[in-house]
Design a protein around this ligand. Structure first.
Ligand code: ADP
Ligand code: MG
Ligand code: ZN
Length: 475
């Protein structure tokens, strides 16, 4: 039996207006090489000046994960050659990062949670992008110098599931903090995955492989599953030593396999040294304290949802996994919809109907509208089943009003006591033999009576009312 060991390095792009060492804009999707200047082009003699906003955002993150924030940290040069790195080195923090020794908690379906250590989080600049176009390669330096926070975890995760839960929690935290848009498609949240295996019970760490530059949860999952199997197979075939060595691999989306990219560099090979163009980053106690002013985080929001709305732990985790979802839910509550129904109608019914890349933000049904529908269920205007039809219709025709749709589709529930009572009387009268059997102890027949009344009303009678009136009449 084997155990999986996973440690993650996540790069998030900080959402500052300008780059980390120059005043170029960080905007995404501009014409190539338009957001550039002598500093980020690496022209000789140009000097970097640190953007304090990047430091503040890094410190906010540090507070959010209970980490130590170093009052003094250092920028180093990490030397390597690549066409998207015009200076020939990347400015990054090495021995003394701004943030060290933090933690976050991942939540399992059964309500339990697990602590994952965060080794460090350091500031660095992003490189440009190589764009491959047929037999030519081009370089776009718009991204060069964009501030990154690299968040390194301890090798604390023991399964693919735990790795994904960690990434989702981290994603939620940086979104809540508003320090990054964490848009995975645009590369503002990308991840290097380190993975090894070991015989269960063994304490020591075995050789790890690093899979670079992943930016989708689904691909991370597939890459990990493939890589874990590759390592286990090698072990079982007696070729572990030959086939598993410290290296960097890439995930090939088409084949679903990871393949070797290069041997892993030792940090010594980068010849790190303090950047002589930059002073140490010194932050005052006041600045550190100011950065502690952070909004309610996912775990706190989850706990508040549980105590304030009486919903289940797991539901609360799902709702708070994204800020949009949490806001949507609370907007429904503010509109007067009940918490339990809001959970179901938001996380199951609405989410299940958002197809083709539609998100909550682009949902045709807003929180006020969905809350109105829930209230129509709660006040007995429509049954839950009918409400599903209303929602189907709404998704296609978002401009229509709920009450008009209920009217138009004839979905209004009959809740009028008098009318239901008349139907009940009629059914009981027509089935006097069964009424006698029921009274003689055959209680199963209650369901039969309910069914008959529902049928007589063509499904429009309020089942709760039917039950109530039947009970009264039969007792
Ligand atoms: P480097 O700086 O060379 O990339 P680190 O020691 O900083 O190496 O580790 C990088 C990442 O790899 C960390 O997230 C760490 O938790 C993880 N890691 C280290 N050893 C292992 C291992 N044996 N198995 C899985 N992950 C590991
Ligand atoms: Mg690393
Ligand atoms: Zn610049």
């Amino acid at each position: 039996m084997f155990e999986t060991v996973i440690g993650l390095e996540v790069h998030i792009q900080l959402n500052t207006q300008t780059k980390i060492f120059c005043s170029c804009a960080t905007s995404f999707g501009e014409a190539p090489n338009t957001n550039v200047c002598p500093v980020c082009l690496g022209l000789p003699g140009a000097l970097p000046v640190l953007n304090i906003e990047a430091v503040k955002k890094a410190m906010r993150f540090g507070h959010a994960v209970n980490a130590t924030i170093h009052p003094k940290s250092i920028f180093n040069r990490k030397n390597y050659f690549y066409p998207d790195l015009p200076k020939g080195y990347q400015i990054s923090q090495f021995e003394i990062p701004i943030v060290e020794s933090g933690e976050l908690f991942i939540d399992f379906k059964d309500g339990s949670s697990k602590r994952i250590g965060i080794t460090r989080a350091h500031l660095e600049e992003d490189a440009g992008k190589n764009v491959h176009d047929g037999d030519r390669s081009k370089v776009d330096l718009n991204r060069a110098g964009t501030p990154l926070l690299e968040i390194v975890s301890e090798p604390d995760m023991r399964s693919v599931e735990e790795a994904i839960l960690y990434l989702k929690k981290l994603h939620a935290i940086v979104r809540y903090l508003e320090i990054s848009d964490a848009n995975m498609q645009e590369g503002s949240f990308r991840c290097d995955v380190n993975v090894s295996i070991r015989p269960k019970g063994d304490e020591k760490l075995y050789t790890r492989v690093e899979i670079k530059n992943m930016n989708s949860f689904r691909f991370i999952q597939r890459a990990l599953e493939f890589e874990i199997n590759r390592q286990i197979d090698a072990w079982e075939d007696g070729v572990y030593e030959d086939e598993v060595y410290q290296e960097t691999r890439l995930f090939d989306v088409d084949s679903g396999e990871t393949r070797s990219m290069r041997g892993k560099e030792d940090s010594a090979e980068y010849r790190y040294f303090p950047d002589p163009d930059l002073l140490p980053v010194v932050v005052s106690e006041e600045m550190i304290a100011e950065a502690a002013d952070i909004p309610e985080l996912p775990d706190q929001k989850r706990d508040r949802f549980i105590s304030e709305y009486g919903i289940k732990e797991y539901d609360a985790s799902v709702l708070t996994a994204s800020l949009e979802m949490a806001h949507y839910f609370e907007a429904m509550i503010a509109e007067g919809a009940g918490p339990k129904n809001s959970v179901t109608w938001l996380t199951v019914e609405l989410q299940g109907r958002l197809k083709n890349g539609m998100t909550l933000e682009s949902s045709p049904v807003d929180a006020v509208t969905l809350a109105t529908l829930v209230k129509r269920i709660e006040d007995g205007t429509v049954s839950g089943k009918a409400a599903k039809e209303v929602l189907d219709h709404l998704i296609e025709n978002p401009q229509e009003e709920i009450d008009a749709i209920i009217e138009k589709l004839g979905l209004k529930q009959m809740s009028d006591d008098g009318a239901i009572e008349a139907m009940v009387d009629e059914i009981l009268h027509a089935n006097e033999d069964k009424v006698a059997e029921y009274k003689g102890g055959k209680e199963k027949l209650f369901g039969f009576f309910v069914g008959q009344v529902m049928k007589a009303s063509k499904g429009s009678a309020n089942p709760a009312k039917v039950n109530e009136i039947l009970k009264k009449k039969l007792s």
